[in-house]
Ligand binder design. Structure first.
Ligand code: FPP
Ligand code: MG
Length: 326
């Protein structure tokens, strides 16, 4: 069963809201590249995990306005989509979700502007909740997106740095992935006026899940084919990203010098050989164990929330993340 079905969430409503947010802006002409790009991006699919987290978060409160929760869910996905447009440019990735990345379908300049517009539009929308006294909602557009950019900067700043401390890798993953997921649950719960202690637990659940998600993502980059991923495989190391599989593989005295020899102008075939050696080194199990530490913490939080009916939804999400292989 699909996660959206298990959670009883109609994904088409999220998609419609994302489109509505852009179409509602009268300053954006109908035939513009922004309208067309957003329509294409929405149609290209995606798991819509972040909006689902917002909606599930709202189920831990009592006073949720359905329209507001839907708008927050769509806003969260638009932030994510905008960040992926930038990410594909930075990573020089041509494919996303099995289709041409936006900067390939248009060009880099246009893609940058579409992503910037989406971010600005989200800020515009969320700022109005501040005027209504719901300042906490601004956190989604402010703190969370700053952290996304910071995480991406930490990643860029450590390209080909084979001595990156584990804490920096974890902090980068937290900024780049975990905080947005945590904030989605938090914002949904706060919008529904959930108990602050519950909001805190939901944030921690999202953060742990997000860390596990990013570590798994780093593993899948080594183990999955491009067809399975819907984007090029093995690009992390090709781009000089020293992820957890690489950090663990660096502890192998035979592999370490081969990894350390990879730099920006290494022939792609040579890097591919090292990627294969890392994949076959048995290191992935160790990496998954690290991810499981976060999954275990997330499961403990579900238990702490078991007096709420919606804890079943967290369990569905947990199982989905646990079984994820794409
Ligand atoms: C995917 O990483 C990228 C992110 C989770 C966030 C990227 C953030 C930015 C580029 C900062 C700009 C942000 C905004 C809001 C404008 P990945 O390359 O590890 O994953 P992938 O394999 O799916 O590409
Ligand atoms: Mg990328």
């Amino acid at each position: 069963m699909k996660l959206s079905e298990a959670l009883n969430i109609d994904i088409t409503r999220i998609d419609k809201e994302m489109l509505r947010i852009v179409k509602h802006d009268r300053d954006v002409p109908r035939q513009s590249i922004i309208q067309k790009s957003v329509a294409d991006l929405v149609a290209s699919g995606g798991k819509r995990i972040r909006p689902m987290l917002v909606i599930v978060g709202s189920r831990f409160g009592q006073e949720a306005s359905k329209a507001q929760v839907l708008q927050l869910a769509a806003a969260a996905e638009l932030i994510h989509v905008a960040s992926l447009i930038h990410d594909d440019i930075i990573d020089e990735s041509d494919m996303r979700r099995g289709q041409q990345a936006l900067h390939k379908a248009t060009d880099v300049n246009k893609a940058v502007h579409v992503a910037n517009y989406l971010m600005a539009r989200v800020v515009e929308l969320l700022t109005k909740y501040g005027e209504d006294g719901q300042q906490f909602i601004q956190e989604l557009s402010g703190i969370t997106t700053s952290k996304l950019c910071l995480g991406e900067y930490q990643q860029l700043n450590n390209q080909y740095n084979y001595d990156i401390p584990m804490e920096t890798y974890l902090d980068k993953s937290n900024n780049k992935t975990a905080i947005l997921m945590a904030a989605c649950l938090q914002i949904g719960a706060q919008a529904a006026k959930a108990d602050p202690k519950v909001v805190e637990l939901l944030y921690a659940f999202g953060e742990n899940l997000g860390m596990a998600f990013q570590i798994k993502d780093d593993v899948l980059d080594f183990t999955q084919s491009s067809a399975q991923l819907g984007k090029p495989a093995g690009t992390d190391l090709m781009n000089g990203q020293v992820t957890l599989p690489v950090l663990y593989a660096l502890q192998d005295p035979e592999l370490a010098p081969r990894i350390r020899s990879i730099h920006a102008d290494t022939a792609p075939e040579e890097t591919q050989d090292v990627i294969k050696a890392i994949r076959e080194s048995g290191v992935m199990e160790k990496v998954i164990e690290r991810s499981d530490v976060y999954m275990d913490k997330a499961r403990d939080i579900i238990t702490q929330l078991n007096t709420y009916e919606a804890h079943e939804d967290l369990a569905h999400i947990w199982r989905y993340f646990s079984a994820r292989d794409h």
